[in-house]
Design a protein around this ligand. Structure first.
Ligand code: SAM
Length: 229
């Protein structure tokens, strides 16, 4: 499968998430062997999400991170450009505001949020520098980020086992239970993610400081953290 870029990627990603929205949560739990919700909790811990804070859950999808942040007493705005994913989020009746928006052009005031979270969406953005600048724009000085995404393990042995699972089994399962193309795209889309040093440089350029990466499950997922300077 050749990976789309530019406007073609924007449309392909949006229509794909609209298509898979009804089975998205079920597939997430299955594919991550139930670990995904724990990783979201780790992200909220790292960003120290607390009572009364204003959290933007960027590319919120069906609202898993939004719900977990709300449970910690935060005021949550979830933003996503796929209407069917947002429909899933709204159906959960989370006490949060959900808005349909592109991550690179957020209808959110400058320096107005304490924390930006983003779960498993970096790979899907057309231009990461644009999204990182937008994150930096909406954050208050001292505001924090926690951005979760997939990753590829470094150890050759773990990488081999991970590849069998992620590159072979996940697309096979996805084709049977949800959508063949979407679950082929999932492992292939990790190619969009630059290595950590490049991500750090982009975040730094956007105005994020103390940027760090936490690896999860032998390097099969990652959380990027940082503080708005
Ligand atoms: C893998 S899902 C993750 C959803 C949710 N954050 C989670 O943790 O389950 C990726 C989400 O990113 C959204 N997305 C991708 N590109 C986007 C963009 N440019 N603007 C807004 N949302 C976007 C998709 O619509 C989709 O809901």
């Amino acid at each position: 499968m050749s990976l789309p870029t530019g406007q073609e990627k924007h449309v392909a990603v949006r229509t794909m998430f609209d298509r898979i929205a009804p089975r998205y949560d079920m597939m997430n739990r299955l594919i991550s062997l139930g670990l995904d919700q724990g990783w979201r909790r780790v992200a909220l811990d790292l960003a120290q999400v607390g009572e009364g804070e204003r959290v933007l859950d960027l590319a919120c999808g069906t609202g898993d991170l939004s719900e977990a942040a709300r449970a910690r007493g935060a005021t949550v705005i979830g933003a996503d450009f796929a209407r069917e994913m947002l429909r899933g989020a709204r159906a959960r009746e989370i006490d949060a505001e959900f808005t349909c928006a592109d991550a690179a052009r957020l209808p959110i005031a400058t320096a107005s949020v304490d924390v930006v979270t983003c779960g498993f969406a970096l790979r899907n953005f057309v231009a990461l520098p644009e999204v990182f600048s937008e994150i930096a724009r909406v954050l208050k000085a001292g505001g924090r980020i926690a951005l979760i995404d997939a990753d590829r393990p470094k150890s050759r042995l773990v990488r081999f086992g991970h590849s069998l699972y992620f590159d072979r089994f996940v697309p096979w399962l996805g084709a049977r239970l949800s959508d063949r193309d979407a679950y082929r795209y999932l492992p292939e889309s990790t190619a969009y993610l630059p290595p950590a040093e490049e991500l750090f440089a982009m975040l730094d350029k956007a105005g994020l400081q103390q940027v760090a990466k936490k690896s999860l499950l032998f390097g099969s997922a990652q959380i990027l953290t940082g503080v708005r300077g």
